[in-house]
Write a protein that binds this ligand. Structure first.
Ligand code: CO
Length: 212
């Protein structure tokens, strides 16, 4: 079987496998979700969130977009963030970029791609901010991979600068935002050690006073 029909067969096979292991698997899963993590990653098909971190359905709330960007004006990302923080009350948020990211590489080139150019402008801003460091890296792959890291670091900050996260901290909700990169060539994750868990770790200009 080829094409789209194969997907339905895959689905039936998966249902059969899961219910053979646990007859009530889907009934239990349908009741509720209590994930401990929000994953914000790239749409790239080679970076499947659940599989990389070995988690089952129901264990990670996922938001993915091209080049894992969290701009302050993106209601899609902000809505996912709000739901994860205020309703699911996840204690850990992970921004995970990946080396070899096509979106990040495209932001370093001058080709006109279409609407996505406007989305990738966010990454061009980060390049402009770190131009001196990036221009010193002559190998294009290494330069792109460093921009992947800088993008993750910026998105961690963007998330922490939202009122969503600051209100949670203001109400003493335990919440950490982590920055990771996935290496597709080895399959391994790298922690950039840029995690933020408290308002004191962000610049005063980005802090908002939360009323109790
Ligand atoms: Co990507």
């Amino acid at each position: 079987m080829t094409g789209i029909g194969k997907l339905f067969q895959n689905n039936l096979d998966w249902v059969a496998k899961r219910t053979a292991e646990k007859p009530n698997y889907f009934k239990e899963l349908a009741k509720d979700q209590k994930p401990n993590y929000l994953w914000i990653g790239c749409s790239d098909s080679r970076v499947p969130a659940n599989e990389i971190i070995g988690l089952e359905p129901g264990e990670v709330f996922v938001h993915r977009n091209v080049a894992n960007i969290c701009p302050h004006t993106d209601f899609n990302c902000l809505s996912a963030l709000e739901f994860a923080v205020n309703i699911l009350k996840v204690p850990d948020i992970i921004v995970c970029g990946h080396y070899g990211c096509g979106g990040v590489s495209a932001a370093m080139e001058d080709h006109h791609l279409g609407l996505v150019d406007n989305w990738l402008r966010n990454i061009r801003d980060i390049y402009a901010h770190h131009k001196e460091e990036l221009d010193r890296i002559h190998n294009p792959k290494q330069r792109s991979n460093r921009l992947v890291e800088l993008n993750v670091i910026q998105q961690v900050l963007n998330i922490c600068h939202t009122t969503i996260i600051q209100e949670a901290w203001g109400h003493h909700q335990k919440l950490s935002v982590h920055g990771w990169v996935y290496d597709m060539e080895s399959g391994k994750l790298k922690d950039l050690h840029v995690g933020i868990s408290a308002i004191e770790q962000i610049e005063p200009i980005f802090r908002v006073q939360i009323r109790p």
